[in-house]
Design a protein around this ligand. Structure first.
Ligand code: ADP
Ligand code: ZN
Length: 204
């Protein structure tokens, strides 16, 4: 078996058919990082493979994320996959009932109940894939992602490219708008920045 380039050995997360295929026991996989780091692309890639493996796949995103299409996950590179919209973590549980594989994008916009819901679904033997921002624009951990990271079997941290210097970027810089924590938008409000080029917002 050959490793995928840049992805380490096969089966590092619950890939269908790989060593890490926990078909009998469920698992939680978290994909986290700043904006533009490829979280949605990676989530779509894993979900497509599950669909190819003929798993029953349910793909969800919170209603607040209305940047592109209400009925698709769409990456900044225009990859897309059909999805359903949820308002609450209870909606996630309801929608996921019949699924074998569940994908949730922008999970930082869901309520804290998502942690228990993901645990319950994984305990039921399902493969739960969760993507979301690990830090907000102030550089503060963005709940509930840290709670999910602590409970996940598999964690992938994606980095973007710093728009200032070209280094790997783990931060999201807000470059406009007001100071509410949730301001949905993409390049008109946010940039990927490395540690050196990131400047935290001034405290009020
Ligand atoms: P995320 O879900 O983490 O916001 P996406 O998967 O939606 O990321 O988009 C990743 C894509 O965004 C990259 O493949 C690339 O085409 C594009 N992109 C735009 N700006 C950047 C950047 N600063 N660094 C890396 N990729 C970027
Ligand atoms: Zn930089």
């Amino acid at each position: 078996m050959t490793a995928e380039p840049g992805r380490g050995s096969p089966g590092l997360f619950g890939e269908e058919g790989g060593r890490g295929d926990l078909r009998s026991g469920g698992s939680i996989e978290v994909i986290c990082g700043p904006m533009f780091s490829g979280k949605t692309e990676e989530l779509i890639r894993r979900l497509r493979r599950s669909q190819i493996a003929r798993r029953r796949v349910v793909i969800l995103k919170p209603e607040i994320d209305d940047r592109y299409a209400a009925d698709h996950l769409v990456s900044h590179s225009a990859l897309r996959i059909p999805s359903l919209t949820v308002r609450t973590s209870a909606d996630v549980y309801r929608q996921a009932r019949e699924a074998e594989v569940i994908g949730i994008d922008e999970a930082q916009f869901l309520d804290e109940g998502i942690v228990g819901v993901c645990e319950a679904l994984a305990d039921e033997g399902k493969r739960v894939l969760v993507a979301g921002l690990d830090l907000d624009y102030r550089g503060v951990p963005f709940e509930p992602i840290p709670q999910l990271l602590a409970r996940a079997e598999y964690i992938t941290k994606t980095l973007a490219i710093c728009v200032v210097c070209g280094a790997p970027a783990g931060r999201t810089q807000r470059v406009g708008g007001r100071d509410e924590r949730i301001l949905v938008g993409s390049s008109e409000y946010y940039e990927a920045r490395c540690r050196n080029c990131y400047a935290p917002p001034e405290e009020e």
